[in-house]
Design a protein around this ligand. Structure first.
Ligand SMILES: *Cc1c(COP(=O)(O)O)cnc(C)c1O
Length: 426
């Protein structure tokens, strides 16, 4: 689990640490399941993007949905990051975390008028508009508010991101963006409206991309459109290429994702066709900023065998980390106490009453007795944010480590939190 040359999680002696903090000590203090994040790893990832895009005017808008905890958003806000949001709720969180409203881009196919009003009031940088109907609604909402809305149009460039179908977003069959063929007319129409200020073009082709070529293809298509729009007097000065850079989930045989440097070089090369056209680059990384920076700590409850399988039952479940059940994702796992015992294959499962409740299948792990701690890696992105209360399980505590200190950035939910607002009928 290494990131931008920085290893956030390493054994010191026989105990896994996050930076200078023992994960065994954290688990004893805050209980399990627990998400533990490395501040230094988040900062290193952000800085790696910044360095990779050196030489082009750029803004890094962290994709809030990857991990929207206020304590995490605050780390990014302090670094000067912007934010890519997909709901009014994410804007609320970003502002609570001390984030700059003027660096927010608002994506998503289903923005409500209320969300548009709130975002206009906050003074966000741009709406990434995803349909021709949304263009007209936003113009009307902006007129009623007496302001001009800054917009980018999200174009679906029809490129195959070569990733999991659920997280592929740049193909014609996906719901995202305005079809490439209709984009020119959409820009003309948007540019004709009095309460829209059309400055940008945007795309986001998918997540967990392990090659740079789909990014380059998408950028090339957007640049062609920028140049041809400039020919008819529509000046696009913001090029937003979305997020999507993959991370290493530690699966044997998987090709390693491109480094930030390789990504930056490919982006710059693809943008070169803009020549002297003035442009600012926006990127919206989520997973590659926070994914490798987090682990989910769990404790072993029971072991059991049958004729064909060994099961390791832990106190974390699919409600805490749904990626293995939902996408068939692989997460690296390692015992918190280093073990010299030979590994054997086991299914790592949670207490939830679903056969789909597994964190790993047929995983080679040393035997872990009741009470042993397991660290599930690469759990900083799309992990806590996708967690639920299924089976009336309180969501986990979250801890942010910095050096040899840590802060509980979110308390474990209580059962009272879970039933808040519920009542019986008369
Ligand atoms: C989810 C999302 C991102 C972030 O994607 P990652 O793969 O986490 O980098 C960026 N932009 C948009 C519009 C998204 O929906």
């Amino acid at each position: 689990m290494s990131l931008a040359g920085f290893n956030a999680f390493e054994y010191r002696g026989d105990t896994l640490h996050c930076e200078g903090v023992s994960l065994a000590a954290v688990a004893d203090a805050v209980g399990t399941p627990a998400f533990v994040y490395s501040r230094k790893a988040i900062e290193a990832a952000y800085k790696a993007y910044d360095a990779a895009l050196d030489g082009v005017d750029h803004l890094i808008c962290y994709s809030v949905k990857a991990n929207s905890s206020i304590g995490i958003l605050n780390v990014l806000a302090r670094l000067g990051a912007g934010a890519d949001i997909v709901s009014g709720g994410e804007l609320f969180r970003w502002l609570k975390a001390g984030g700059d409203a003027g660096k927010v881009v608002f994506s998503g196919v289903g923005k409500t008028e209320a969300e548009m009003r709130t975002a206009l009031e906050a003074g966000i940088l741009a709406f990434n508009v995803e349909s021709t109907e949304e263009i007209d609604v936003l113009d009307r909402v902006a007129r009623a508010a007496g302001v001009k809305a800054r917009v980018a149009l999200r174009v679906n460039p029809d490129v195959d991101a070569q990733t999991h179908p659920y997280i592929s977003t740049g193909l014609t069959q996906n719901k995202f963006g305005i079809a490439a063929a209709a984009a020119r007319d959409a820009f003309r129409h948007a540019a004709s409206l009095a309460n829209l200020d059309v400055r940008g073009i945007d795309c986001h082709i998918g997540s967990q991309l392990t090659k740079t070529s789909p990014f380059a293809d998408a950028i090339a298509r957007l640049c062609d459109l920028i140049l041809s729009l400039a020919g008819e007097g529509i000046m696009i000065t913001d090029l937003d290429i979305g997020g999507g850079l993959g991370i290493d989930y530690g699966k044997e045989g998987d090709a390693p994702p491109p480094s930030h440097g390789e990504y930056g070089a490919a982006v710059k090369q693809a943008m070169a066709k803009l020549g002297s056209h003035p442009i600012r680059l926006l990127v919206e990384p989520g997973r590659s900023i926070v994914g490798p920076a987090g682990v989910l700590l769990a404790r072993v409850l029971y072991n059991k065998d049958n004729e064909v399988k060994h099961f390791t039952i832990i106190d974390a479940a699919m409600n805490d980390l749904i990626r293995p059940s939902f996408y068939g994702s692989h997460h690296p796992m390692t015992p918190v106490k280093k073990s010299e015992t030979a590994p054997r294959k086991t299914d790592v499962v949670g207490p939830i009453c679903e056969t789909g409740d597994f964190l790993a299948r047929d995983r080679a792990l040393p035997p872990l007795a009741t009470g042993a701690l397991l660290a599930i890696g690469a759990a900083g992105a799309y992990s806590f944010t996708m967690s639920s209360n299924y089976n009336t399980r309180p969501r986990a505590v979250e801890v942010l480590v910095s050096g040899d200190r840590y802060t509980v950035i979110r308390e474990r939910e209580t059962l009272e939190h879970l039933v808040r607002g519920e009542r019986t009928a008369e």
